[in-house]
Ligand binder design. Sequence first.
Ligand code: SF4
Length: 181
Amino acid sequence: MAECDMNTENSTGRRESTLAGKLFRNLPYKIVILLGAGIFLAGLGASMWGFIAAGLYILYGLVGSLWIILFLCPYCRRYGSRSCPSGYGLISARLRKRRDFGRFAEKFKKHIPVIVPLWFIPPIAGIIIEIIHFDWLLLVLLVVFAIDAFIILPMSSKKHSCKTCPQRNECPWMKDKKEVT
Ligand code: SF4
């Protein structure tokens, strides 16, 4: 998708994220969650435990997004702004009051670890299941999950979101990365 389709300029010349842009930028995270659930279903089969594990993982993904909306976005300069690439900042403004932007880095370090296990639970569970009982479908899902979670999603964030973020210099994820200045 072309960058111009994902952003537009408002009457003051400020860049805003379009609906298509928000959907596109949310896609890699949604795919991570769906693939993670697929890994549990492929590994545990269409059994009660397979559906429970997949359902709990999807629930964790949804709660993780809400957690960021509630506890990180209020500290971001894009809180309540259409320039927020994911749209979380607009949702956050409906749920919580604006907080001190100067504490963004502190809150980032505190709250991002809450969602980090989403990246590791499916591969760890999938590898254990593969060792016990090898399955080609599970292997394919593990590889695709790894490509999306560890390559596409970080690249997409860096290229489309972090690059233009007004808080990138305070962000613990970005401030040491020289290519984004
Ligand atoms: S840029 Fe990130 S932290 Fe800031 S409001 Fe949007 S989703 Fe939240």
